[in-house]
Design a protein around this ligand. Structure first.
Ligand code: GLA
Length: 379
């Protein structure tokens, strides 16, 4: 399967961990449609770890836990599909999943056939309890082959947390996305850390196989499985802006039945989602303007329609940061006769047409600024 833009959806892990059930998944699917997530592009509903029994059946097939999913998985798929959504499930390249349920190692073809029968559309494929003898790339290629021969289009989501040089081999597998980070937790340190570890591997993100910075924590407020501390509203804004800007898959991880309206509006920001879904999925580049600290992440990215996104993520908790630069750094010297019109993507306002090539903006601690810049004539 070939996926042209970063996948978007909801995943059960961040908030619910092992506390999953058919009822929960149906309620989430309802809200995905009623609250505008599907319209905004979030199409997958993914059941993560802990959905099966601890043992395979007599035929070697995975068995859904009847207490959690009493009508089986095809029934869940039918409900999800009837809403216009897509259905995602989870397994692991090792003998066991991370939570100790059966993994798919040495069962790739039978499991792919089972997932196809259940009408699964996405498989998140984890890396716990993997063989240290058989290389990870071999295992992911094997599951990729199994999926591509199972008779159904199933997106493979590789979840190796970026270890074992995943970036060097993931595109030899059938994966459409790969976890380029360790697990996210719902706190500021985690956001900051994931932005930093992503820096050296931006070049590997691209159409068809996307760097996955892990599920979103917006709206978790310290509740649930990975809810270790929670973040402020501004920190969630920075987190969402960064994931969109860097072109990560967007998998919501909070309980969307409980999210506040303000937080929902973060997840539904259409202008930011457009950046994430830009068909070119170009590599961002970092600028190191004068007078800023190491925590001033000032980045630009050129979109497929000729606009430029200019972003500043201030990951410092104490110091004000800023964008202090000339537009020469964006390949636009004044000799071109061009300048930029800047539209703030959080307020929707057109803030200014850049004069004398200079951009000068302060950004508070843990704050972010993100602009769509249009190339216009100097007046
Ligand atoms: C790993 C993955 C997580 C989640 C859990 C489930 O830690 O990285 O995203 O799937 O396993 O056990």
């Amino acid at each position: 399967m070939v996926k042209l833009t970063p996948p978007m959806g909801w995943n059960s892990w961040n908030t619910f961990g092992a506390n999953i059930s058919e009822e929960l998944i149906f309620e989430i699917a309802d809200r995905m449609v009623e609250d505008g997530y599907l319209d905004a592009g979030y199409e997958y509903v993914v059941i993560d770890d802990c959905w099966s029994l601890r043992e395979r059946d007599a035929n070697g097939r995975l068995v859904p836990d009847p207490k959690k999913f009493p009508h089986g998985m095809k029934y869940v798929a039918d409900y999800i599909h009837a809403k216009g959504l897509k259905f995602g499930m989870y397994s692991c390249a090792g003998m066991l999943t991370c939570a100790g349920y059966p993994g798919s190692m040495d069962h790739e073809f039978i499991d792919a056939a089972t997932f196809a029968e259940w009408e699964v559309d996405l498989l998140k494929y984890d890396y716990c309890f993997n063989s240290r003898i058989i290389a990870g790339e071999y295992l992911y290629r094997r599951m990729g082959l199994a999926l591509e021969n199972c008779g159904r289009d199933i997106l493979l989501s590789c979840c190796t947390w970026g270890v074992d040089q995943t970036h060097e081999w993931v595109k030899t597998t059938a994966s459409s996305m790969w976890r380029s980070t360790t697990d996210i937790f719902d706190n500021w340190d985690s956001i900051k850390n994931l932005i930093k570890v992503q820096e050296p591997i931006h070049a590997y993100n691209g159409v068809g196989c996307f760097n996955d910075m892990d599920m979103l924590i917006v709206g978790m407020n310290g509740e649930g499985n990975v809810g270790l501390g929670g973040c402020t509203y501004d920190q969630y804004k920075l987190h969402f802006s960064a994931w969109c800007f860097f072109g990560s898959p967007l998998m919501i991880g909070c309980d969307i039945r409980k999210i506040s309206e303000a937080e929902r509006n973060i997840l539904l920001n259409k202008e930011l989602i457009k950046i994430c879904q830009d068909p070119a999925c170009r590599q961002p580049f970092r600028m190191r303007p004068l007078l800023t600290t190491e925590d001033d992440y000032v980045y630009a990215k050129f979109l497929s329609d000729g606009d430029i996104i200019l972003a500043m993520f201030n990951v410092n908790e104490e110091k004000e940061g800023g964008i202090r630069m000339t537009i020469d750094e964006l390949s636009l010297p004044m000799t071109t006769g061009k300048t930029l019109k800047m539209i703030n993507l959080w307020t929707g306002e057109e803030e200014e047409i850049v004069k004398n090539a200079a951009i000068n903006r302060g950004v508070p601690p843990c704050g972010c600024l993100i602009y769509r810049c249009k190339v216009v004539d100097i007046q």
